[in-house]
Design a protein around this ligand. Sequence first.
Ligand SMILES: C[S@@+](CC[C@H](N)C(=O)[O-])C[C@H]1O[C@@H](n2cnc3c(N)ncnc32)[C@H](O)[C@@H]1O
Length: 311
Amino acid sequence: MTTAERYAEFGTREARAVSPAYERLSLAVSRDDELLALLDPLPPARRQPNLLFGVVRLLGGPVDDPAAFRDFALANWPAIEAELRTRATQTNEPGRCAVLLPVLAALPQPLALLEVGASAGLCLHPDRYAYRYGDHTLGTGEPVLECAATGLAPPKRLPEVVWRAGLDLNPLRVTDPADVAWLDALIWPEHAHRRARLRAAVAVAASDPPLLARGDLVDDLPALAARAPAGATLVVFHTSVLYQVPAPRREAFADVVRRLPGHWISNESPDVLPHDALPEPPDEALHNVLALDGRPLAWTRPHGQAMSWFG
Ligand SMILES: C[S@@+](CC[C@H](N)C(=O)[O-])C[C@H]1O[C@@H](n2cnc3c(N)ncnc32)[C@H](O)[C@@H]1O
């Protein structure tokens, strides 16, 4: 896929109906030979629309108007390129806990949670957030994670978590304002509710930060898993991570995680973690598949805003 095609696809498939600003920007970039010529020499992972738009936001540039965005990008390209070369999209979306919760709550308690690709570890606190599944609420305080769930009875209890650890190539710190600013810049412009949710989740996580280890989800997982306490159910989980991992490493990861004790929860696009015999997704939008120990259970929307249970 060319860079132009990638931006056009991002605009029509990912941003449309979700972020009008990013839809406009990505379609404009897809037709802009000058910007495409600046992006093309970068490695593919560094040319992603989400990364470019997040970097421009971090640097204080405009993302509402394609012409103003273009002027800013051309005038500030050396600074933008430097950020593109060192940063990665590490969007940490606590809303994804709402789709993990039904599975976590049904496992033998207490739990030892180990998240691979944890970013800042905001998905490691599912027991500390509140939830709303239609009329059904669970937990107290902020953030309240809303999920339109069909096909399942919402969980009646929160999980009991006695240990939590995250593994990431580049762990971010909820106690570091620069890291939190990057997480904020990665949230799409119109998503004020997600920005508020990030702030609330950061406050929860900062009051008791989890163990976050720097490492690779294949090479370093067994050693971290070995630190989980006896007497708790080890749950290795990941959401929206494997698209960043090359295919042979994804297979190596699945081999490693299957050999560990406990359970494995995945919430990933079926393009990167395929399953046999999936039902049709509920609609044309992008969905992940939630699976327990390799068995698919539900289609889930990328930020945890909806799930359609079929398992
Ligand atoms: C899009 S973020 C998702 C973060 C979090 N799972 C969530 O759902 O909010 C993907 C994360 O995976 C991490 N990652 C990518 N490849 C990895 C690898 N090989 N080993 C460990 N972490 C990795 C990235 O650094 C990034 O923080």
